[in-house]
Write a protein that binds this ligand. Structure first.
Ligand code: ADP
Ligand code: TYD
Length: 209
């Protein structure tokens, strides 16, 4: 699966589920094993997309309509794909991305009405690429929220919506894992960090063979 075309891995899950922690651990484990790895994130991952990140994650939560928000996340993703992800995959690298289009399907597609069809149309028009493997870290929303709240910073846009939204997102992510069962793997995020890292490394090693 790796070879000349690289391997595109994404992490998904609710806020505070341990995605960034595990993405970093996986990147260093694969690097130690001799793989060429690009660790990146969304929204962001390219200079232009990082600028859009500030527009969507900081400031008044009602700053954008739900539809405008979909356009902004998709614009960020398009830039990230063009400038970071596709060139790395083309060079045969392993790309590890902390969140991708499944997050838009959930956060923009579910949180403010049923906008999933709009998200999907825009995705097929402007992105048209799915990950080879998606690691969903499944987590109790109350624990996820308390972990996420423990962090400092100005980016609290979606965490601020609280535990009800997190619950809806958890259920939504699990349904998405059923919908795209070929590329999704669900990992129990309540385990200790080392156990999660070992499980993920073994899944990814299998995909690299
Ligand atoms: P995410 O990127 O999904 O929001 P993070 O990786 O930033 O989550 O983790 C959120 C917080 O929870 C961090 O403080 C991290 O150290 C902690 N954490 C991550 N994984 C675990 C785990 N398996 N057990 C306990 N705490 C964890
Ligand atoms: P992230 O930095 O991954 O936050 P966390 O570490 O708390 O999981 O993502 C920031 C926020 O952006 C997060 O609340 C989810 C949201 N988001 C969307 O709403 N749509 C998207 O398409 C993406 C990629 C993220």
């Amino acid at each position: 699966m790796s070879g000349r075309h690289g391997l595109f891995l994404t992490f998904e899950g609710i806020d505070g589920s341990g995605k960034s922690t595990q993405a970093k651990r996986l990147a260093s484990a694969l690097q130690s094993a001799g793989h060429d790895v690009v660790l990146t994130r969304e929204p962001g991952g390219s200079p232009g997309a990082e600028e859009i990140r500030r527009l969507v994650l900081e400031g008044d939560p009602d700053r954008w309509s739900a539809e405008t928000e979909i356009l902004l996340f998709t614009a960020a993703r398009r830039d990230h794909l063009e400038r970071t992800i596709l060139p790395a995959l083309g060079a045969g690298k392993v790309v590890i991305c902390d969140r991708f289009a499944d997050s838009t399907r959930m956060y923009q597609g579910l949180s403010r009405g049923d906008l999933r069809p709009v998200v999907d149309q825009l995705h097929s028009l402007m992105i048209g690429r799915e990950p080879d493997l998606t690691l969903l870290i499944d987590m109790d929303p109350e624990i996820g929220l308390s972990r996420a709240k423990g962090r400092q910073g100005t980016e609290e846009r979606f965490e601020d919506f609280g535990v009800d939204l997190q619950r809806k997102m958890r259920t939504g992510f699990l349904s998405l894992a059923d919908e795209f069962s070929q590329r999704f793997r669900v990992i129990d995020g309540a385990q200790p960090m080392d156990a999660i890292a070992a499980e993920i490394l073994s899944l990814v090693t299998g995909a690299l063979e």
